[in-house]
Write a protein that binds this ligand. Structure first.
Ligand code: CDP
Length: 209
């Protein structure tokens, strides 16, 4: 069973993907951390994330087993990730590792921007998690309270526009994805709703077989 969870920044997709993985006993991959690691590698090399050749080189050299650097969560890294992820060469370099993870026996849960559309278009369950920009900005600020809400809001809006507007695998809801708007939900409610939606979709699929 493959579960694809997509959505914009701070929508709650990571929390939901982890909860679905625990519920169904499946391995989970946070694909955003791959793009963040490439963005961080470019910054640490003193390069410009807009440099497609350098970003692609960093993507090809990426050690996917070392994605626990706390600097991956910084907003400068998120910004760099959003810039390097628009380069088709970078996406191509990261494709096989994600497809391989999705294809493993027993299945997997992956979260990102293009899981239901590009990485695993045949996923059994696709959930597109979203929330209003205001709610997402407040959530992200709560994770890093020292930052100004207006700055967090502006950073997210910039990243939303770049992720949705790019030509290569833009952020969009797959036609067969279930929409889950978590704007008015707390963490527990969003998780409970996602599990209920996934179980219902699974029951539907089983009945059709
Ligand atoms: O955690 P948050 O939602 O803020 O971001 P993330 O999922 O870690 O992703 C960081 C950036 O990587 C995004 O802004 C996207 O530009 C890019 N990304 C992507 O292009 N495709 C994916 N499958 C996952 C992330």
């Amino acid at each position: 069973m493959v579960i694809a969870v997509d959505g914009p920044a701070a929508s709650g997709k990571g929390t939901i993907a982890r909860a679905l993985a625990a519920h169904f006993g499946l391995p989970h991959m946070d694909t955003g951390s791959l793009y963040r690691a490439v963005g961080l590698a470019v910054l640490r090399a003193g390069g410009d994330p807009a440099d497609a050749a350098l970003a692609a080189k960093c993507a090809r050299m990426l050690d996917v087993t070392a994605l626990d650097d706390p600097a991956l969560r910084e907003s400068a890294t998120a910004r760099a990730a959003s810039v390097i992820s628009a380069h088709p060469e970078v996406r191509a370099a990261l494709l096989e590792c994600q497809r391989g993870f999705a294809r493993q026996p027993g299945g997997a849960v992956l979260d990102g921007r293009d899981i239901g559309t590009v990485i695993a278009p045949d996923a059994d369950i696709k959930i597109f998690v979203t929330a209003s920009l205001e709610v997402r900005a407040r959530r992200r600020q709560a994770e890093t309270p020292e930052r100004d809400l207006a700055v967090v809001h502006a950073n997210l809006a910039e990243r939303d526009a770049r992720d949705s507007g790019r030509d290569a695998a833009p952020l969009r809801q797959a036609e067969d994805a279930i929409l889950l708007d978590t704007s008015a939900m707390d963490r527990e409610a969003a998780i409970a709703r996602a599990i209920a939606l996934a179980e219902a979709r699974l029951a539907e699929k089983t009945a059709l077989r």
